[in-house]
Write a protein that binds this ligand. Structure first.
Ligand code: IVH
Length: 723
């Protein structure tokens, strides 16, 4: 991982020194290391170690400084907030500093935090009040007794942001930066879809109203973005946080808009705002956010003892993979604002809140081999096959390697012992190898110069990191294209899986995507293993696919940069192939959400593939819908939006799905709802109409019950769809 330490375990042994001079020297090394990684993180947006590794380093330094306070220096990273030097966006000062949160890693640490704030409060109350005031306070405390002590909520793994509104309009959005001032990203923040929804935002007489929160990229949007980056031959983002940072700090806000960021607010920092709104607790603030459509996390827990806090943290950790955004812990906050004020803050952290950080799951294993896979756009992606390891009950045998540059940067070799990290449900990644453990039998990783499938030359375009097969007719590319064509979010042809696709191409029964619709039953008996029933099933699935919605057909074609989302936008604007094939770069650019590259490539694609499209036109029977109502359900923002369609059964109805669904997948359920005009949301609010609960539905179900939302099981849901 680190340039100075070969692994974190060696960092832990780092202080097994007896000599004070050695300790002093090594504390200095640790400080330099922390500064180096802060610089990579804040200035270059290219962290080389994970957040939890960084936290471990920071924690270690703190521990040693606690043990040897005489060695603390003014410039230690523990004593001052890191200050990035290079800015390209306008730098602006925060109204009040944006401090960060202290961390707890163990229950003992959390209990100590509780002891600390209680002690401060005791002292505060003894010294501050006169006898009369003390009496008043006691009366108030009685009232406070029924009030929740703590709110525990997820800790978003994103970027802190401050948004200042004037007369209900967003005037300024500034990143956290060094805490004192950050970068002005107002125009970029305005592109966030969920912010456009809060039309009846908070209007108060104060000149300014400030809310703070976190900008994140949803896991699904991250996946789509990285897919695009691969297709464009660019370097992928290593995680949603980096992708959010890279997207938020763009000079051109149209780039940010395409990247689809999300935001969650969690704080109103100005006392004058709180007073004017007459809110006394954080629970009331969240309630207000809910009423005013201010995006926030709806999954939080109200706790009245530290034991309840532990339970809440455990629940949040269990829910971690269910969230469509990354979280790296939980935040424990005191609910009452008066109490918060009394407890106060240090120069770095509020004393009234603390973060519980989840440990990133790390294991060591062996890199056994690397295979290069050719995708439907011709990009060659290295896949690491590792000695299978069990990470929290999941057997992991593969990991991402991204591209050849990454292999070289990490200096990996076949046979190396490697450190693997899996955080949340992100695909495991290789953090580092241990060159000192090599025995001499390790082998260099082969970087192909020829396509492993067709043998044609591999090319690396100028400025791209991706290696590509230069052969347009590469069999593997056609296999991948066909597999995509038949996939669930495209033509949804059940039975046309990888093996059948490969066999059809091998036997030359399919040379282009359109050939699927010219197959005859006898052809299928040629590809072995096919019995009468499976032939009939596949034929009926192919037949059924002929009437798929137009957006699915567009998606199925595999046009570069056009995934399901863009396909839905195109289908909203062009009702059939005849219209779409006539679209020019200029007319496409007029559509919101279609960028320059996509607008350029679509006419090129249709020109080059006109023969295939004509063949498809002959066979497909795509229902034509009016341009306003073409059944496209382009998801936008937090909850997904459906085109206004007053005639459908679930128009204006919102569904939330929770628990393990056994009769259909989440994607299938969303599709059923959206087809009927409804929308699916990941978060519950008063506005939710139905909460569909699968197996082991937990806190969402309880919350839905509390809110009086109609609860459905899977069968109830299916009945509703059918009737
Ligand atoms: S409250 C005084 N709540 O974590 C700071 N912060 O590591 C009050 N963060 O700087 C912040 N999720 O950017 C709060 N639910 C949450 C959060 C959260 C993520 C960020 C925030 C903060 C950083 C500290």
């Amino acid at each position: 991982m680190l340039s100075l330490f070969s692994s974190l375990s060696s960092v832990s042994h780092f202080f097994n020194f007896t000599k004070k001079s050695d300790i002093k020297k090594n504390i200095e090394i640790l400080r330099r290391e922390i500064s180096h990684h802060s610089q990579l993180y804040y200035e270059k947006n290219e962290p080389k170690i994970s957040d939890s590794e960084f936290d471990e380093l920071f924690h270690l330094l703190k521990k040693w400084e606690e043990k040897y306070p005489e060695l603390i220096t003014e410039n230690s990273p523990t004593q001052k907030i890191y200050s990035p030097k290079n800015y390209s966006l306008q730098k602006e000062k925060h109204i009040v500093p944006m401090i960060s949160l202290g961390n707890c890693f163990t229950k003992t640490e959390l209990k100590e935090w509780e002891k600390r704030w209680k002690k401060i409060l005791e002292k505060e109350e003894i010294s501050l009040f006169s006898n009369e005031e003390k009496k008043q306070k006691k009366r108030k405390q009685k009232k406070r007794k029924d009030e929740t002590i703590y709110i525990v909520e997820p800790k978003f793994d994103g970027l802190g942001i401050s948004c200042v509104y004037e007369k209900g309009k967003l005037k300024r959005a500034i990143t956290r930066g060094d805490g004192e001032s950050g970068e002005n990203v107002t125009e970029n923040i305005k592109t966030i879809a969920s912010l456009k929804k809060n039309k009846n935002s908070i209007k108060i007489s104060s000149d300014e109203f400030e809310v703070r929160g976190e900008v994140v990229m949803k896991k699904s949007d991250f996946k789509t973005l990285n897919q695009k980056m691969i297709e464009e031959g660019k370097k992928e983002f290593s995680n949603p946080r980096n992708a959010a940072a890279g997207s938020l700090r763009q000079i051109d806000s149209s780039v940010t808009k395409k990247r689809k960021l999300s935001i969650f607010f969690y704080e109103i920092p100005l006392e004058k705002n709180i007073n004017e709104l007459h809110i006394e607790t954080y629970a009331e603030t969240l309630q207000l956010f809910n009423e005013k459509n201010i995006p926030h996390c709806t999954q939080y827990f109200e706790c009245n003892s530290i034991e309840e806090v532990f339970e809440a943290i455990e629940k949040i950790e269990k829910m971690r993979t269910d969230f469509n955004f990354d979280i790296d812990g939980a935040v424990v906050k005191i609910n009452n604002y008066q109490l918060r004020k009394k407890i106060g803050t240090t120069a770095h952290h509020p004393r009234w809140a603390t973060a519980w950080k989840f440990p990133a799951i790390k294991v060591t294993t062996i890199l056994e081999k690397v295979e290069w896979q050719v995708g439907r756009t011709g990009v060659l992606t290295p896949v690491a096959y590792i000695k299978p390891v069990n990470i929290e009950g999941v057997i992991v045998s593969r990991a991402t390697l991204h591209n050849s540059d990454n292999i070289e940067e990490k200096g990996l070799m076949i046979g190396d012992e490697i450190l693997l990290e899996r955080s949340g449900d992100v695909i495991p990644k290789i953090l580092q190898c241990f060159p000192e453990k090599r025995t001499g039998i390790e082998k260099k990783i082969f970087i192909p110069t020829q396509c492993p499938e067709c043998g044609n030359d591999v090319v690396k375009k100028n400025g791209e990191v991706a290696l590509r097969c230069s052969n347009e007719n590469c069999k593997k590319i056609l296999q991948a294209k066909l597999k995509h064509f038949a996939s669930k979010k495209a033509m949804n042809i059940t039975g046309l899986g990888t093996e059948v696709c490969n066999a059809l191409i091998e036997k030359k029964l399919v040379k282009t995507l359109a050939d699927i619709y010219f197959l005859e039953e006898n052809d299928l008996y040629e590809i072995g293993n096919f019995k009468e029933k499976s032939v009939k099933n596949l034929f009926s699935a192919i037949e059924k696919s002929k009437t798929q919605d137009f957006w699915r057909v567009i998606n199925a074609l595999g046009i570069p940069f056009v995934g399901a989302g863009t396909a839905k936008i195109l289908a909203k604007n062009y009702k059939n192939f005849a219209q779409l094939m006539n679209a020019t770069e200029e007319t496409l650019l007029e559509i919101d959400d279609i960028g320059e590259k996509t607008a350029k490539i679509i006419p090129e694609f249709f020109k080059k593939n006109s023969h295939i499209i004509h063949q498809l036109q002959k066979k497909l029977n795509t229902p034509e819908k009016t341009n306003e109502n073409n059944g496209s359900n382009v998801k936008n923002g937090e909850n997904g939006e459906n085109g206004e369609n007053k005639t459908l059964k679930f128009t204006n109805k919102t569904f939330v799905f929770t628990g393990k669904l056994t009769q259909f997948s989440r994607d299938e359920a969303s599709e059923m709802v959206e087809k009927n005009g409804g929308k699916v949301s990941s978060s519950l609010s008063k506005k939710t109409n139905f909460c569909v609960c699968g197996e082991k539905a937990g806190s969402k179900k309880t919350k839905a019950e509390k809110l009086g939302i109609e609860i459905l099981n899977e069968n109830d849901f299916l009945k509703k769809i059918e009737t």
